[in-house]
Design a protein around this ligand. Sequence first.
Ligand code: GLN
Length: 451
Amino acid sequence: LTKAAFARTAQVEDKVGAYITLTEEQALADAAAIDEKRAAGETLSPLAGVPVSVKDNICTKGVKTTCASRMLENFLPPYNATVMDKLHAAGLVMTGKTNLDEFAMGSSCENSALQKTRNPHNLDHVTGGSSGGAAASVAAGEVSIAVGSDTGGSIRQPASFCGVVGMKPTYGTVSRYGLIAFASSLDQIGPFGRCVEDAAMLADVLMGHDKMDSTSVPREYASLTAGMNADIRGMKIGLPKEYFGEGISEEVSKAVLAAAETYKQLGAEVVEISLPLSKYALPIYYILSSAEASSNLARFDGVKYGYRAKDFDGLVDLYVKSRSEGFGPEVQRRIMLGTYVLSSGYYDAYYKKARAAQRAIRADYAKAFEQVDVILTPVAPTTAYKIGEKTSDPLQMYMGDICTVSVNIAGLPALVQPCGYDAEKLPIGMQLIGPRFGEQKLVNAGLAFEK
Ligand code: GLN
C-alpha cells in the first residue's frame, strides 16, 4: 500500500503539489515494521499499514513542520503532536507533510509562502484552504486518508472544493497539543477521507481525551465506526433559510436542496429552520480569530526559534525585521487586525462584543437543535474558483467562509461530503452540522446519503 501511494504520488505530484515534505524512506521503514508484526501474528488496529498525509502545521518530531511559512521553513520540532503519537500507535504510515495557507490563514491555499497546490479536478482551479494540500492528496489518489485542521472551515471547504469527505469534530474532542496554534479557541484537528467510513475510521484514531491539552474534554469516546448505521428513518434534518439566499450560487443551492430531497426519500423528515444570527458569524469570526492569532504569533520573534533577520540594529530592530521578512502579507494583516481589536480603547467595542455575540450564536444553534437532529447547508458560496481570481481582494476571500465559520464559533461538529458537480465538472459539497458530540449522527446521515 505504501509503495503504491508513493508510485501514485510520483505520477501526479508534479502537477498537484500537495506536499511540502515527502517522508518516503521513513514511511517504507514504518510499513515494513507493520508487515513484520503482521507476519508474527500480532493483532493490529484496523488502519495499521494505511498511508496517511499530515497537514504541515502539526508537529512531527525530527520532520520539518513549516506552517507553509518562511518563518518556520527549517523548523524541526523536538516533539510529536499527540495526534502523531496516536497515528503511530494505530500503525498508520505517514507519507509526508501537506501544504496549507501560511499558518492556516486563508481559503484557497494560495497564501502558502512555499508552493502552489492545484485542484486535481482542474489544475487551473484552487483546492480551497487552508488544508488544500490535505484535500488534494486525497482527491489525487496519493493517499486515501489525511489529517487536517479547521479553525473556520479549513477542513470542510477544501474537502468540498476537491470532492472528498472531511470532518471538523466537536471542539475539545481531538487534542491540540502540537498543533501550531492559529486561534486556540476555534482550532480543531480532523480527518479527510475518500468516503464517510474512511473519515470515521480516522476520526476514531484521532479523537480522545489528552491531559496535555487543557481544553480536551474528558468523556467516553465511543467508536464512530462501530456505531455506524445508515438507517436514518425518522431523523429530523433542518434547512436554515439563511443559508440558501443571496450570495450563494444557484448551482450550489440546487445541489444541496436536491440532497435534502434524497433525505426525504430515505425516510428523514426535512424541515425549514432559522438561524437568525448567521449574518454576524463572519465579523465575529474575523475579530476573534485574528485577536487570538496576534497573541499566538507573538512567540515568533526571531529569538527562540524560526526565521531571524540577517542584519539588525538592536533588539527591537531584530523583532521588526524578523517578523516583517518571516511572515507573509495575510499573516501580517491578521496580526494587525487582531492587535487593533485587542488594543485599549477598542477592546470593548470589538473583542468584548464579539465574545458576547459568540454566546448568542451558540444559543441560536442550541435552539435549532431542540427541533432537529442535524442541520444541512452548503459549504461555500461557490465551487472552486480559478487560481489568482480572488487573491487581490482579501474581503472577497473572507466572504467565502460564510457557511463554515459559525460551526467553530459554536464549537460544533460538521461533516462535509460531495453532493454533485457544477457545469464545469467541479465538485459541490454539502455540510451536515450536529450538536456538540453529535459526530455519530453526522456519520450516519453522511453514510445514508453516500449509499
Ligand atoms: N478561511 C478561514 C481563515 O482564513 C479559515 C481558516 C482555517 O480554518 N484555518 O481564517
